[in-house]
Design a protein around this ligand. Structure first.
Ligand code: SF4
Length: 348
């Protein structure tokens, strides 16, 4: 009965070593608030725990429950999300809060199938909420858990093909008792002991029967298929200050950085259109911003200008109200680079 022993050893370790996180309850302390679990899981997709904690705390302070978030203004929530990236997630998060408030009386459903009906909740997030918030024996497999399983079972199929065999192996190990703590214990083991490089096998509660450790390949797993190089795109960002404030454009609601404010510029492409979006006495910076998105790498060249009459069709943010922190990261980088440049003197 290796699987049973696996969960027992892991839970005993978790009882002593669980990370203290603001969305959690202590091991054995019952189930966590579904709103907090959901919010943390949405924020944690593609982002680290350390980066998420201040955002999570700010969201909870502003919107302490799902009804409060459902009533929030879109722009307010998007501004609070700025910097976490993947803005489609923030839009889905709001749609989900509104669906839970309107259709479920503010209570998250507890089955994976019902959770998956909600906007932005995929198989992983549904399993995580069902396990952590409702203690259901769901098979939760995030990147950390994938690594632990690939190593413990010595699965040498490269990712992403390994996802299926890893999930199948993981499913055999989920215990009927304390499945929520078990899921979190696996996440913690992956994050703190069975780390991507140099796993601390000596401190691992399941090292005795870890096949990759025994075979001497722990640090090499999981294997990954070689990734193709990211394509490059180029574009322009125009930082202009008028007497009425900074000139910003809002991106279309769908797509990359959808609904977020940014510095005006044309489409990002392999060969971008070099024309400025409106006439001004532009100064071009001899520096560019580089930013990596999931599917491409972007290089943005920058022009700055001081203008008297603001162009039509743009958003104007008065200097006193402007806060570059509410811009998406790439636009924040543009502003930081522009501000540090000597050409910026003419804009002030
Ligand atoms: Fe990971 Fe090492 Fe534990 Fe195996 S023994 S699960 S490789 S930390």
């Amino acid at each position: 009965m290796r699987e049973r022993a696996f969960a027992d050893r892991l839970l005993a370790w978790y009882d002593r070593n669980a990370r203290v996180l603001p969305w959690r309850v202590a091991p054995g302390g019952g189930t966590a608030d579904p709103y907090r679990v959901w919010l943390s899981e949405v924020m944690l997709q593609q982002t680290t725990v350390a980066a998420v904690i201040p955002y999570f705390e700010r969201f909870l302070a502003n919107w302490p429950d799902v009804h409060a978030l459902a009533r929030a203004e879109d722009a307010e929530v998007m501004a609070a999300w700025a910097g976490l990236g993947y803005y489609a997630r923030a839009r889905n998060m709001l749609a989900c809060a509104r669906a839970v408030a309107a259709d479920h009386d503010g209570r998250f459903p507890f089955t994976e199938a019902a959770l998956r009906q909600l906007p932005g909740i995929g198989p992983y997030t549904a399993a995580a909420i069902a396990a952590i918030a409702f203690d259901r024996p769901a098979n939760v497999v995030d990147g950390n858990i994938e690594r632990v399983i690939a190593r413990h079972a010595d699965i040498r199929v490269p990712l992403p093909d390994a996802k299926k065999p890893i999930a199948a192996e993981a499913a055999t190990r989920v215990p009927a008792d304390r499945p929520g703590d078990y899921a979190q214990a696996m996440m913690d083991l992956g994050a703190t002991v069975c780390t991507p490089r140099d796993p601390a096998c000596g401190a691992c509660p399941v090292h005795a029967d870890c096949r990759a450790r025994m075979a001497g390949v722990a640090g090499d797993l999981p294997l990954r298929r070689a990734r193709a190089a990211r394509p490059q795109r180029r574009g322009w960002a125009h930082v202009a200050l008028s007497d009425e404030g900074w000139v910003l454009e809002r991106r279309p609601p769908r797509g990359l950085l959808g609904g977020m404010p940014g510095w005006p510029g044309g489409a990002w492409a392999e060969v971008p259109d070099d024309a400025a979006p409106f006439a001004a006495d532009w100064a071009e910076l001899d520096a560019e911003v580089r930013h990596v998105f999931t599917h491409f790498e972007l290089r943005l060249r920058i022009r700055v200008a001081r203008i008297e009459t603001p162009p039509a069709g743009y958003e104007l943010v008065p200097r006193s109200a402007f806060d570059s922190a509410s811009l998406p990261t790439v636009m924040k980088k543009v502003f930081a680079l522009a501000r540090a440049h000597s050409a910026f003197e003419r804009v002030r």
